[in-house]
Design a protein around this ligand. Structure first.
Ligand SMILES: *[C@@H]1O[C@H](CO)[C@@H](O)[C@H](O)[C@H]1NC(C)=O
Ligand SMILES: *[C@@H]1O[C@H](CO)[C@@H](O)[C@H](O)[C@H]1NC(C)=O
Ligand SMILES: *[C@@H]1O[C@H](CO)[C@@H](O)[C@H](O)[C@H]1NC(C)=O
Ligand SMILES: *[C@@H]1O[C@H](CO)[C@@H](O)[C@H](O)[C@H]1NC(C)=O
Length: 167
């Protein structure tokens, strides 16, 4: 049946375009608004972060003077206290050009170790999901369930749909 085949193709294409549009939406943010924004005394990182929209899967780029600064992911209390001990992740690569991907919908905290943190070389970044979670009054961890739709999962769905349509 030619008509049916065409409809299946259109449906398949629609699904693929929708999925790819969602997967491709991964932005790179230069922290502080430039390639040398981390530790730049002309930049208020708090203001910068407030004016930026971060989504899950986006990347952060930390560009800085490697002799002066570092990048550590820490928890909220360590961020507030400029405590570099017991950090979550040391992102410092050594070249002053580090990247970090925001994989979860939550607030991330980054500081430059030791002195610079006290000079406000630190930033809070809140990543939001693309797919707005439906209101779920009773379920406590519904928000994170939604965002665990990663690329592997999407591909599995795609293969599954493909199997049904072209069997
Ligand atoms: C940066 O901006 C925030 C508000 O956007 C302000 O509260 C803070 O005092 C500023 N920090 C510095 C060091 O100027
Ligand atoms: C944050 O990390 C520090 C250092 O590892 C730890 O002492 C503190 O208990 C942590 N705070 C929270 C709220 O997890
Ligand atoms: C983080 O890693 C860098 C590069 O490997 C290293 O020089 C630095 O001491 C580390 N920072 C901490 C707090 O461990
Ligand atoms: C993606 O989802 C698959 C299946 O749900 C899971 O096995 C895998 O660990 C996930 N990968 C990441 C990076 O979260």
């Amino acid at each position: 049946m030619e008509g049916f085949g065409f409809r299946k193709m259109v449906l398949m294409l629609t699904i693929m375009v929708t999925l790819m549009a969602n997967m491709a939406k991964s932005e790179l943010h230069n922290v502080g608004g430039s390639k040398v924004g981390w530790g730049n005394s002309n930049v208020n990182l708090t203001t910068w972060s407030l004016h930026e929209q971060f989504h899950v899967n986006d990347w952060l780029y930390f560009g800085y003077d490697r002799h002066m600064f570092s990048v550590l992911e820490v928890n909220k209390s360590s961020y507030e206290k400029c405590n570099e001990g017991g950090f979550i992740k040391n992102i410092t690569g050594g070249a002053g050009r580090d990247v970090f991907q925001l994989l979860e919908p939550k607030s991330y905290y980054f500081i430059s170790g030791r002195g610079p943190c006290w000079q406000n070389v630190k930033v809070e970044v809140t990543a939001v999901p693309y797919i707005a979670p439906a209101p779920q009054p009773a379920a406590p961890h519904s928000a994170s369930d939604y965002t665990h739709i990663n690329q592997t999962f999407v591909l599995l769905i795609l293969v599954f749909i493909w199997g049904i349509l072209f069997n």
